[in-house]
Ligand binder design. Sequence first.
Ligand code: ADP
Length: 741
Amino acid sequence: MKKIGVLTSGGDALGMDAAVRAVVRAGIAAGAEMYAIYEGYQGMVDGNGMIRRMVWGDVGGILYKGGTVIGTARCDDFRQRHGRLRAAQNLLNHGIDSLVVIGGDGSLTGANLFRQEWGSLLDELVYNDQIPYDVAEAHRTLTVVGLVGSIDNDMWGTDISIGADTALHRITDAVDAISSTAASHQRSFVVEVMGRRCGYLALMSAIATGADWVLIPESPPNLDAWENKMCSVLKNGRENGRRDSIVIVAEGAQDRHGNAISCNYVKQVLEERLQEDARVTILGHVQRGGSPSAFDRNLSTLMGTAAVDAIMSGQVTGEATLIGLKGNKITHASLEECLAKTKEIGEAIKSCDYGRAMELRGRGFQEAFQTVRTLVRAIPHDPAPGQKQRRIAVINSGAPAPGMNTAVRAAVRLGLDKGHKLFGISNGFSGFAEGEIQELNWMSVNGWAYLGGSELGTNRHIPANSDFYKIARNIEEHNIEGLLIIGGWSAYVAALELYQRRDNYPAFNLPIVCFPATIDNDLPGAELSVGADTALNSIVDSVDKIKQSAVASRRVFVVEVMGERCGYLALMGALGTGAERVYLHEEGMRLTDLAKDVESLVDGFKSGKRLGVIIRSEGANDTYTTDFMCTLLEEEGGDYFTARKAVLGHMQQGGNPTPFDRILATRLATNCITYLEEEIGKSEQVSACIGLQNGAFKFTEFHDMARLMDMENRRPKQQWWLTLRPIARMMANGRSHEKLV
Ligand code: ADP
């Protein structure tokens, strides 16, 4: 039987626990014997009780916890060969020859070295009579799979590491709070965020919070007198109506010559040159605390499962493997190459080769930096000579989705900065018909980066009858040349309605871009829509609370989540909360399924279970409603449990957008403006919807978009996340483990 060890090592990151849970459960489900190695490499070196067999229940109830249950530590012994020798002996004493290591680049460097040395360590142990020859022969290779657990997101080879999203939650919460106090007193705040030599957290939090200046290690201001530039931007901002100034400084920030830039230095500069009261906030360990975000829980679960799959399928033999994420797909890469490239970035920064550092961080990082440089401006650039000024309108349509305002802000500022005129249409398509159109300037969207809801106003109205004529007239009257529609299903349908009437209404012959903004994540051409991550976090938070409320009672909860007939929120919510069962319209719902579930719940409660959670997508079945399910469970639960329903309702649509949604909104808006700019004025103008597809932003033209839509069920015909169902099922009860494709 395969014996697999799992450990967490180095700095702690939220989500590491969820990864341990996933590794242990996926391993058991795949027929392996699982061992947790406590306190990182120290436990491996010390052996004995520090290496413990894990069973299914040992990793129950830890999804929402902070810290790591099996402990993480730094270990100097493991840096020495003698320490690694003892570690190898301890692993072999348990018959373990496969490891899943969850940690930062230091921990993964150690893991890679350990694997390389394994053969010689075994030889030495045999030579010293510390292990028998046949034991060594039976475990000649050490299989190593690494998962990056680090808030810094500094590893090459994955878009994101476990813990970075949660750290961004803590940072944005703190900066949002600081912004409100700063605005009341017209103050400047200098905020230091973690990240060592990586500017990811600083850059992304600057985008997410609408900060006014950011300093990152990879790309210091390209001027010796950068202080003047920073001060003039901040001063200009104030003169143009900003009430606060927020400067975000990465802990590894440096200038062009490699000299560290500290928060205190920035404060001193602001006070001396702007005669302003400036305050420093060093966020420190707050960034590591709390409960993991929905994204980190699910990322860890998918990565942990993939790690076990890689080991059990024999995919990892020679080299050590790093499990990463690109877009929303799990990737496998050579750990050695990822470590080498990560090291190269560090060296590039150290030697002030910033071009190389930015190149290695990748396109997404570079684009984000360009965007932030535009967004922090106090006023737009003067138009470039010969630049055509276009007239672009922005509209919100459909139910409100957190992140709509962030998207409008980014689109307006990026459009203005390129010399165009931007118009905001209020109250969706009904407002469009009624001519509720206003020109927007730089400060019209100030402070919108973190606001939930829709400042422009939105509704589900789909144009009909006389609306078309009125909308066409308004387009002509305002001479609108391009239209950005930010919204959900009804927004897309409305866009198609205009598009299909181009022959009757020449005004509709303008490029239109549909931008996916709905909590339901049910749109064609986009694997993820803006708002869904915020809703998912609301669901996960609520279910955590529901679970806590039920500690003393034996109870089953049926939690109904939004999404109509699209089960994305339900499935991802179940994955993030460890719910026992999830019901989706896509899978259908049979009475026999319900009966089976009731039976297995009764069995569970008979043998000591105290709580059950079932998540139900609101449109799962019209007949077997949430009330029906509760009544059934209550009746059948008899003396074993009671049943309660929790309909989460509109709180899923509210709240300020999460950092993930703000960043996605900003990146999508950037691409939309570029697209419209390119299409306006072409003889054959194209209209399209934008979305993330396989890790890149792609445009799907309207005629394809219509083909991808399942109009009856109001969801795309193909939904990528349905492939995650076996993982959700397996994590809940050990059944149905199929390979992650
Ligand atoms: P992180 O994994 O978060 O980057 P560290 O750099 O502190 O954190 O590494 C964690 C542990 O990994 C170290 O305490 C040590 O046990 C091990 N480690 C780090 N680098 C090496 C190395 N070059 N060789 C062997 N072990 C290492």
